[in-house]
Design a protein around this ligand. Structure first.
Ligand SMILES: Cc1ncc(COP(=O)(O)O)c(C=O)c1O
Length: 419
């Protein structure tokens, strides 16, 4: 089942709402999310991993619209955050501080202080220098910092190189070479400014097979058990995110096998688990709507030039990512190949290349599928293009999450010096 589908008249719908109607009302480019789809994905993930005590922390980096976070919060999600800004979002959307995990390799002193002052549930530290920083700030604030160590387990997640975080060559986590994890964990245990929270891992994103997860999780479990063997408390193992989705058909992700793997490895071992899924909850529950500006027949190619661009959806440009592209209304069979491109002055500005497309003309609308994760959150105003708005459809009602920004609001952020 997909959150977005066509009815018998060939119109694309979300719930029972035609996407064309939403485009008419709010204009394009526009992100449209399925609230029921997001809620369903979250609940299915939660239930797939429910055999072992744990907590699901939605990774805000995938989609941090306040309305999306609030919907997930109401369904029991915590938040995995990577900045002070995301912390503010999580709190504003109604997530309790205790249900927030702070990840990331470079937290500033201000961000650490902000997190500790709000009573954050867990900080995942990634270096000895970060431990120094957290300890001194906790001391200044007279609070005890709940800290887990993010471990680099040196596992290849077999995904795009730019979203691989599990190998030793990457900047992430603490290497377990020369027992560094045990030494640092001992420090966590001995320093009165810390409450040791456990260990964490995150090996990458859009991981398509279970094998890398299994390797990483077994390594984490071994470490956790060996630290416990040395008499140290290791309450939590945080397994990160990374579960992949199908960008080929936009189908709903089935978490059953992932849940069974988690159960096989961790059931009965006495650790509380943490999960940080992002993409798997939202990717296939969002689309980017766009309108054709011109169709241009180049020397050897048809270009469909649309009003969404790499500033709205960077994934094709950044990761050579594939997104299916569908006309909102049935325009008949494909008539040939085309590149679907934006108006930005870069050859890298495209949404899809060499796609079999029907005849499209100025004013026709398309949906760029599977755009719910790492879409709007990566938007920029490159070429002074105000990023697209975002709406959420929940039980057939359309809620505005964010208005399309205006050129005026972009220019209002700037000033011309008095030279
Ligand atoms: C620490 C951490 N947790 C969770 C995630 C979410 O990953 P995904 O969206 O692949 O589930 C990321 C993303 O890179 C991450 O860096």
């Amino acid at each position: 089942m997909c959150a977005f589908h066509r009815n018998t008249n060939g119109h694309m719908l979300v719930d029972s709402k035609p996407l064309a109607e939403i485009a008419d009302r709010f204009g394009t480019p526009l992100y449209v999310y399925s609230g029921n789809g997001i809620r369903d994905s979250f609940n299915r993930f939660k239930s797939a991993v429910s055999q072992v005590p744990g907590k699901v922390y939605f990774a805000l980096k995938a989609n941090s619209a306040l309305g999306v976070i609030a919907l997930l919060a109401r369904n029991g999600s915590g938040a995995d955050i990577v900045s002070g800004g995301e912390l503010e979002r999580a709190l504003m959307a109604g997530i309790a501080p205790a249900d927030i995990v702070f990840s990331g390799v470079g937290k500033s002193r201000n961000e650490i202080a902000q997190a500790l002052s709000t009573g954050i549930g867990q900080i995942n530290a990634e270096s000895p220098a970060e431990l120094d920083s957290i300890s001194s700030i906790a001391n200044e604030l007279s609070v005890i910092a709940p800290v887990a160590l993010r471990v680099n387990v040196d596992v290849d997640p077999d995904t795009h190189v730019k979203i691989s975080t599990g190998q030793r060559s990457t900047k992430f986590g603490i290497s377990n070479n020369k027992h560094e994890v045990a030494n640092l964990y001992r420090r966590l245990h001995d320093d009165p400014n810390f409450a040791p929270a456990g260990l964490a891992v995150h090996i990458g994103s859009q991981i398509q097979s279970l094998a890398p997860f299994e390797k990483a999780y077994r390594a984490l479990l071994n470490l956790g058990q060996s630290l416990r063997g040395e008499g140290m408390p290791v309450p939590t193992l945080d397994l990160g995110g990374g579960v992949g989705v199908s960008y080929d058909d936009g189908s709903t992700t089935d978490f059953t096998d992932y849940g069974a793997l988690v159960q096989r490895i961790f059931k009965g071992k006495g650790f509380k688990l943490g999960f940080e899924p992002g993409r798997a909850i939202v990717a296939n529950n969002g689309v980017l709507l766009s309108e054709v500006i011109f169709v241009k027949h180049g020397d050897n190619k048809r270009f469909i030039i649309v009003d969404a661009a790499m500033n709205d959806l960077l994934r094709p440009t950044l990761y050579e990512a594939h997104h299916n592209i569908e006309p909102l209304n049935d325009l008949g069979p494909a008539t040939g190949f085309a590149d679907i491109v934006g108006p930005i002055c870069e050859t890298g500005d495209y949404l899809g290349k060499q796609r079999k497309m029907p005849d499209l003309n100025t004013g026709d609308r398309i949906a760029v599928m599977s755009a719910g994760a790492y879409g709007a959150v990566m938007a920029s105003s490159y070429n002074t293009r105000p990023p697209a708005g975002e709406v959420l459809v929940l039980n057939s009602e359309v809620h505005v999450l964010r208005h399309k920004r205006s050129v005026k609001s972009l220019l209002d952020e700037e000033s011309i010096p008095n030279f």
